[in-house]
Ligand binder design. Sequence first.
Ligand SMILES: C[S@@+](CC[C@H](N)C(=O)[O-])C[C@H]1O[C@@H](n2cnc3c(N)ncnc32)[C@H](O)[C@@H]1O
Length: 212
Amino acid sequence: MTGFADDPHHAEDLHAWHVLRPLLDGGGYLPWSTGAMRPAGLVVVANEVVHRGRTRLVECGSGASTVVLARLLRQRGAGSLVAVEHDGDWAALVTDLLRRESLEAIAQVVHAPLEGDPPWYAPAPLAALPAEIDLLVVDGPPAFHAGEEHRRAPALEFFAPRLVDGATVVLDDLARPGEREILARWEAGTDWRFRIDEAAGVAVGARGGPTG
Ligand SMILES: C[S@@+](CC[C@H](N)C(=O)[O-])C[C@H]1O[C@@H](n2cnc3c(N)ncnc32)[C@H](O)[C@@H]1O
């Protein structure tokens, strides 16, 4: 069995927990699991909010990350987040976590079941998403089972019309071959270019390429 300390990115994640502490201390318990973004990846997203003043966030796949990002937006006094969630029970749980911290005016979870082949979020609930997005985090739908590796591939084309000039897209789980293949497809078919942060396991992209 591989222990947490044997993880090759243990040091980065340990550092990230410390960096995230102001957003963790004093808040309620969050259900972290292997399904959640690694803390090092979450720091990349949080830094994007702070460095570039992002205020119009959408996240595919809700969870602890949704609550932490909502706390960050509240601390900064600006911005909102909509998390798209395929699982109704999980959507209700994350909504309850937000409500317990009075974060529901800042962050909402939109329940959009997966439908179609290949499966993607049902379009009707997504109509409620903001027309302008300056930071998109792609951490859903779940893609860890065999045969589901490319489930996140539709995200860039789907959200492109809403992504404002200068917007950033963060794709999580770059340690997996499926997400690498998605990135290669996105770069081959669009003018979006991505920088892979190997230590954080995420790719950060923008039209024409990320700056900074
Ligand atoms: C990669 S996870 C998204 C995690 C979320 N962005 C985060 O960092 O907390 C993809 C999906 O797994 C499901 N899930 C089930 N249990 C979970 C858990 N304990 N934490 C996070 N996601 C979970 C949810 O339906 C979620 O949309």
